[in-house]
Write a protein that binds this ligand. Structure first.
Ligand SMILES: CC(C)(COP(=O)(O)OP(=O)(O)OC[C@H]1O[C@@H](n2cnc3c(N)ncnc32)[C@H](O)[C@@H]1OP(=O)(O)O)[C@@H](O)C(=O)NCCC(=O)NCCS
Length: 235
């Protein structure tokens, strides 16, 4: 169900299990727009993803365990022509000609289930998280790819996306078969210099891990975490 924010004119919704063709187009557009506009905020770069095929974006958005959340203008409203983002300029292979009149998403965030977080990424977790995982004390989820179009920032869209993502994780964790009574930790990675994003996440209830001042990380990426206590879930 989309949530509407009447005074602001946007809605937040979740892509359902099988994304529609329009959703694949709008996801592709906003993903590339985010990498182009804010190259310093993400772990991937535009030049690597602009060469992806449409099926690569389609497979990504439809990957089991990924939940894509997006903000769009309330129905009945259209973005100005100059706000069409990359829809007019991406090749037909990524944006089919008949979908160039779509209204681009205003912002997006993705939640990743524990099944997608195995492997190298896991090895960069703060040691407290690794220890808790080893003792099976927690289940880890993650939020990635948060981005709001520059011309729509400061209207509460980022905050609404983060809140909706946390609600989705609670809902999915609640209905997961692993109905064990353990706490869930929702992790996200943010660059140390990204003060606006850090402030937003702190307001949403995330806490920054404490890092020793001599931590050797030239990229200055930092983990933040939001804890969902087992008691908050009904399983
Ligand atoms: C970080 C980012 C997602 C925030 O999105 P946003 O939609 O501007 O976020 P919000 O509007 O919810 O909050 C931002 C500010 O707007 C203010 N705000 C919230 N609702 C508002 C409203 N209705 N009217 C005016 N201002 C509002 C907030 O108080 C906040 O102010 P602050 O600067 O004092 O913190 C966005 O800046 C972005 O995409 N940045 C580049 C990519 C990035 O850094 N992603 C995060 C990677 S970890």
């Amino acid at each position: 169900m989309p949530s509407t924010y009447p005074s602001t004119g946007f809605s937040i919704a979740t892509v359902q299990t099988q994304a529609t063709n329009d959703e694949i187009t709008l996801y592709t557009e906003i993903r590339l727009a985010s990498l182009l506009n804010d190259p310093d905020s993400f772990g991937s770069v535009y030049k690597d993803e602009i060469v992806h095929s449409r099926s690569k974006f389609s497979n990504r958005i439809n990957t089991p365990g990924r939940t894509t959340i997006f903000a769009s203008l309330d129905s009945g409203q259209d973005l100005e022509e100059e706000e069409q983002g990359l829809l007019q300029v991406l090749p037909d292979t990524l944006v089919p000609a008949d979908s160039r009149r779509l209204s681009p998403w205003l912002g997006t965030i993705t939640a990743l289930a524990p099944s997608l977080l195995r492997g190298p990424w896991e090895q960069t977790y703060p040691s407290k998280v690794t220890e808790a995982l080893e003792q099976s004390d927690i289940e880890v989820w993650a939020l990635v790819g948060m981005w709001v179009r520059p011309e729509h920032r400061g209207k509460g869209i980022g905050t609404a996306l983060a809140q909706r993502a946390l609600e989705e994780v609670k809902r999915l964790a609640d209905s997961s078969k692993a109905a064990v009574k353990i706490d869930r930790l929702v992790l996200l990675e943010v660059y140390e210099h990204n003060f606006g994003a850090i402030k937003l996440y702190e307001r949403a209830g995330f806490q920054m891990f404490v890092y020793p001042s001599n931590v050797d990380d030239p990229g200055k990426r930092r983990w933040m975490a939001y804890k969902i206590l087992a008691a908050e879930l009904s399983t």
